[in-house]
Design a protein around this ligand. Structure first.
Ligand SMILES: Nc1ncnc2c1ncn2[C@@H]1O[C@H](COP(=O)(O)OP(=O)(O)O)[C@@H](O)[C@H]1O
Ligand SMILES: N[C@@H](CCC(=O)OP(=O)(O)O)C(=O)O
Length: 368
């Protein structure tokens, strides 16, 4: 059966600690991708490695830390990376395309629609889109940077309604602890829900070339699952490993989902738009939102944060500060402050709001 898949390859799989691209690795991954492509899959690749490939060529002794140096390294390395993929994929008669995206592109509806249309056309033409963060324009200081490509790959998978996201890394899955630190750590084969406990298992990057570590991969798996995409985190190292990973018997951890893909509108709400504020809710409201599929009423609100207006997107958290989801708010922040904890009739008497629900169920996305 042919499928739509997104494959993400981390810096640690493409480069050595001393920097520079490992051409054998690129050759190997190209052959794995070509094998899925020849089965009829629509294959997209999200690849890191620009900074790691470029710093060596520039002459820096190690992976740079300063933003301008990282961006210079990425500018050099991205060209080397594309050249290597293009040459290796052409051995199989496959054409590759370069797509560079930033977090800010995802926050702009028109830009992201355009990127999606481009990707769809490339896939129609049996081209493999090769996607990376546009490092020269994305900056660290703002929330506008992905930093690692794990999140980017999950957003691409959700946006293109891929069946599967394969996150390739140097570890054969998620362990109960970082195996580099504790060799007794035990591998987890399947995860059906990403709880806070699962997130706590994961530490930072294991190598000096990787950035995200396991935590950002699990966060990516969470986005993928919410978007109705099955995610895999693990190793693809020998011939046929990518097929195994796609078919369910790969060397890694599977994050299964029973959810259906989210509409572009709900993806926008949940993943892309920048929230303008936060609303804290009580336990009754948590159940109403997460279990009952109900709208959020003022009675369940205990606190608000930020300056928002009707129509803005806000994040909803519980008393433990865990994010439950996001939605379109019908109140201004000052109105909600006045209405918090009150019954609906009381609110209707006191305030003029476009809708009595703080967030209507149709304009809500659960992220927990
Ligand atoms: N619980 C865990 N299970 C597995 N690996 C973990 C865990 N916590 C931290 N890690 C580390 O995450 C690393 C992979 O992330 P990273 O170095 O960013 O790789 P990549 O470049 O492939 O994105 C592993 O090498 C491992 O040391
Ligand atoms: N866009 C950057 C990605 C940075 C990075 O190291 O990411 P990753 O290896 O996925 O943790 C690059 O190409 O170098």
């Amino acid at each position: 059966m042919s499928e739509r898949i997104v494959v993400k390859i981390g810096s640690s799989s493409l480069t050595s600690e001393e920097g520079g691209l490992n051409r054998d690795s690129i050759r190997f991954f190209a052959s794995e991708l070509a094998s899925r492509h020849s089965r009829g899959d629509a294959v997209m690749l999200v690849t890191s490695g620009a900074v790691a490939a470029g710093f060596r060529r520039i002459g820096y002794a190690s992976r740079p830390k300063a933003v301008h140096e990282k961006q210079a390294a990425a500018a050099v390395g991205q060209a080397l990376l594309m050249q290597a993929y293009q040459e290796e994929l052409s051995e199989y008669g496959i054409v590759a395309a370069q797509i560079l995206l930033t977090r800010a592109d995802f926050s702009n509806r028109r830009r992201i629609q355009n990127a999606l249309m481009t990707i769809e056309e490339l896939l129609n033409q049996r081209i493999i889109p090769i996607i990376n963060e546009n490092d020269t324009v994305a900056t660290d200081e703002l929330v506008l940077k992905f930093g690692d490509n794990d999140n980017l790959s999950a957003l691409v998978a959700a946006m293109t309604k891929a069946a599967k996201l394969v996150i390739i890394t140097d570890m054969d899955g998620l362990y109960t602890e970082d195996p580099r630190k504790n060799p007794q750590a035990v591998k987890i084969d399947r995860v059906e829900q990403i709880s806070e406990d699962i997130l706590k298992l994961a530490g930072g990057a294991g190598s000096s070339v990787g950035t995200g570590g396991m935590r950002s991969k699990i966060e990516a798996a969470r986005i993928a699952m919410r978007g109705g995409v099955q995610a895999f985190i693990g190793k693809v190292q020998q011939e046929g490993d990518l097929n195994l990973a796609v078919n369910g018997s790969g060397r890694g951890t599977y994050f299964d989902t029973k959810l259906h893909s989210l509409s572009m509108k709900k993806q926008w709400l949940g993943f892309h738009a920048m929230p303008q504020g936060r609303i804290t809710v009580d336990d009754g409201a948590v159940t109403a939102l997460l279990v009952g599929g109900k709208s959020l009423l003022p009675a369940g609100v205990t606190a608000t944060e930020g300056d928002f207006h009707p129509g803005d997107i806000v994040e909803v958290i519980n008393r433990q500060n865990e994010v439950l989801g996001r939605g379109v708010v019908n109140y201004a922040s000052w109105q909600l402050l006045a209405a918090a904890g009150l019954g609906t009739e009381e609110v209707a008497r006191r305030l003029e709001v476009p809708r009595i629900e703080v967030i209507h169920r149709d304009e809500w996305v659960t992220l927990k």
